[in-house]
Write a protein that binds this ligand. Structure first.
Ligand SMILES: CNc1nc2c(CCc3ccc(C(F)(F)F)cc3)c3[nH]c(N)nc(=O)c3cc2[nH]1
Length: 373
């Protein structure tokens, strides 16, 4: 069995769960935050640094790696793990979402999606079968089914047809799966904000008895309360004894609110993306280190943080590096932001163990400033 999930504890007050996922490349505790490594690297971080900060699973992307360098080169390297020298777990997205978010000309048919390469303009075609062929070549431990993530908002009739097609595509992925013993295939629940369509999508995918499930179609511009409502009735539709992955969600408040509704796995480009413009997550909210007020501030980014960046460097120094566009500055902000989220999930897991996740949410939101009107 490629993917094993062990439910360790259910929170008494909320839908939160403590668990452990095991893949052929190791195991990780859940709830977990997964750093995004689109082009086979978590930007500016070495595998050693990721391991040191406590990351055991990272994400990468079928669409991007198919275009550059091409899955054949990665296959020749022995797969993505050896290509990027990462011996932890890897989850790859199936490419559907990236086609819709990156390329303009696209045409969806029953067979798959026709679109233009967003770099060269050449016409390309991505199908459930092709997405599986690429992910099998990459050798990722967790592969996502090829789905359509409709834009938000979407008409009911469009969403219904899209959900039914995404369910048929998931079956095609399962049939096209060449390495079921080494790689786990997760289905992706769609349905937008229509409860009956979410139920239909979950029912179709659960009937395939896949090793894990993702909740897709969220974090696409909908208000947070809509995301939380959809999560509240969708997560419980998924099997208790399998991991649940909420795609594209990673702000600290959304992570905690997702955990409370029963989500186990999260990804987000936020920590690495905002780090590259010098914005850091701290226990007292966001800090824009390039701000002039930090020019003579020799305290660490976050006085409550014990990461490499906060133990060795000051705001003044990091501000200087970021202002002068020194790469080391972005390594320091990236390291801190990833560490902050990995540590936050550790605190969330501890709160579930101690049956005090509700209180933890209260205290964290207050200190971070989420409750400010
Ligand atoms: C930002 N909001 C969002 N991201 C979403 C994503 C992408 C998740 C992803 C995976 C891998 C990477 C990698 F760069 F690290 F590889 C980067 C991002 C979705 N993906 C699919 N398949 N279905 C969805 O319905 C869906 C909804 C999504 N909402």
């Amino acid at each position: 069995m490629a993917i094993k999930y062990e439910l360790i504890k259910e929170d008494k007050q909320t839908g939160a769960r403590l668990g452990r996922v095991t893949t052929p490349h190791g195991s990780f505790e859940t709830p977990v935050f997964m750093p995004v490594g689109t082009l086979a690297t978590v930007k500016t971080m070495s595998p050693e640094e990721l391991k040191e900060m406590g990351a055991n699973i990272i994400l990468s992307n079928t669409y991007h790696l198919w275009l550059r360098p091409g899955e054949d080169i990665i296959k020749e390297a022995g797969g993505l793990h050896s290509f990027m020298n990462w011996d932890g777990s890897i989850l790859t997205d199936s490419g559907g979402f990236q086609v819709f978010s990156l390329s303009d000309m696209r045409d969806i048919t029953e067979e798959g999606v026709h679109f233009r390469n967003h770099l060269s303009g050449e016409k390309l075609f991505l199908s459930p079968e092709k997405a599986m062929e690429i992910q099998n070549a990459l050798g990722s431990d967790i592969m996502m089914a090829f789905d359509e993530c409709p834009p938000y908002p979407a008409e009911y009739d469009y969403m219904k047809a899209s959900v039914e097609r995404t369910s048929r595509w998931a079956e095609k992925c399962l049939r096209a799966h060449k390495r079921p013993d080494e790689q786990g295939l997760f289905g992706i629940v769609q349905g937008g904000e229509y409860e009956d369509l979410r139920r239909q999508s979950a029912k179709d995918l659960v009937s395939l008895d896949l090793p894990g499930y993702a909740i897709g179609g969220l974090s696409v511009g909908e208000p947070k309360h809509v995301m939380n409502e959809v999560l509240s009735y969708t997560a419980p539709l998924l099997p208790k004894n399998k991991p649940r992955y909420l795609m594209g969600v990673g702000s600290p408040d959304s992570l905690i609110d997702g955990v409370i509704r029963g989500v186990d796995m999260f990804d987000c480009v936020l920590p690495t993306r905002i780090a590259r413009n010098g914005t850091c997550m701290t226990s007292n909210g966001r800090l824009v280190v390039r701000n002039a007020k930090f020019a003579r501030d020799f305290s660490p980014i976050d006085e409550h943080c014990d990461c490499y960046t906060c133990r060795n460097y000051s705001r003044a120094y990091i501000r200087h590096l970021v202002k002068t566009n020194e790469t080391f500055g972005f390594r320091l902000t990236t390291y801190h932001n990833l560490y902050f989220l990995v540590k936050l999930m550790g605190q969330v897991r501890q709160a579930i163990k101690d049956d005090c996740l509700g209180d933890f949410r209260e205290q964290f939101f207050e200190q971070y400033g989420f409750n400010k009107p």
